[in-house]
Design a protein around this ligand. Structure first.
Ligand code: SAH
Length: 219
């Protein structure tokens, strides 16, 4: 498949970007629309900027990565977000996933253990006028107890198991999507649905994410 190059004009680039998403299984029209509105190019800087429209993860500061667009789309789709939902994202990273979520729900809380990433993402949210996102420096493995419970939780870093505090902060009827497995291996994306009687788990696909690390980062 040909990937978008810097020579493309923006409209063509966007069409190709959306085509790639569809061909990799992102079919929910609301998700596609939300992704059409957010320019991934704003979230990738430096030497990788010209690859922002390719369906590939890319390095961002603090040794982290911006997720592959089709994975962002598939995870967002798996959450089945409603317009009145409050969503918690663990792992702000570049802010791209949070920006996509912001178009689909009432409020997004996003946390990262690196202050620099939170500050840079916040600046982009302001620039785009995405005022329904609250970004915070926090250890997301503990969730965000002050704002809990949540309708949806998305973890964008790999945990060995779905973290207990996050399960506890999910509403009844709520859904959490989380990559589970060892950090240096291929992980399984899991969807957890909370019911009156407990938690149901289903496996969605294989993925590869940076690890969920406890405690705050140095920068
Ligand atoms: N969603 C991001 C990509 C996230 S990469 C995007 O759209 O660009 C994973 C992120 O999880 C990294 O930024 C990393 O710093 C963060 N992270 C890892 N462990 C964490 C923890 N315990 N609490 C909060 N953030 C964490």
């Amino acid at each position: 498949m040909t990937e978008a190059g810097p020579e493309d004009n923006p409209a063509e680039r966007k069409m190709r970007f959306l085509f790639q998403l569809r061909s990799r299984g992102v079919t929910d029209p609301r998700v596609l629309e939300a992704m059409e509105r957010i320019d991934r190019g704003l979230f990738v800087r430096g030497q990788f900027a010209d690859r922002a429209y390719e369906d590939t993860p890319l390095p961002i500061p603090c040794g982290q990565t911006i997720s592959q667009p089709s994975v962002v789309g598939l995870m967002t789709q798996a959450l089945g977000i409603g317009p009145r939902d409050t969503v918690l994202e663990i792992g702000t990273g570049s802010g791209y996933q949070a920006a996509v979520l912001s178009g689909l729900c009432r409020r997004v809380y996003t946390v990262d253990r690196h202050r620099r990433l939170v500050q840079e993402a916040e600046a982009i949210f302001r620039e785009l006028g995405l005022y329904n996102i609250t970004a915070q420096v926090a250890d997301g493995s503990r969730g965000l107890p002050d704002q809990a419970p949540f309708d949806r939780i998305l973890v964008t870093a790999a945990a060995e198991d779905p973290p207990g505090p996050l399960l506890a902060q999910l509403k009844i009827g709520g859904i959490m999507v989380v990559p589970v497995g060892q950090s240096d291996a291929v992980q399984t994306l899991i969807r957890v649905t909370r019911s009156e009687s407990g938690f149901d788990y289903d496996e969605l696909r294989q993925v590869r994410f940076v690890p969920l690390v406890e405690g705050l980062g140095q920068t």
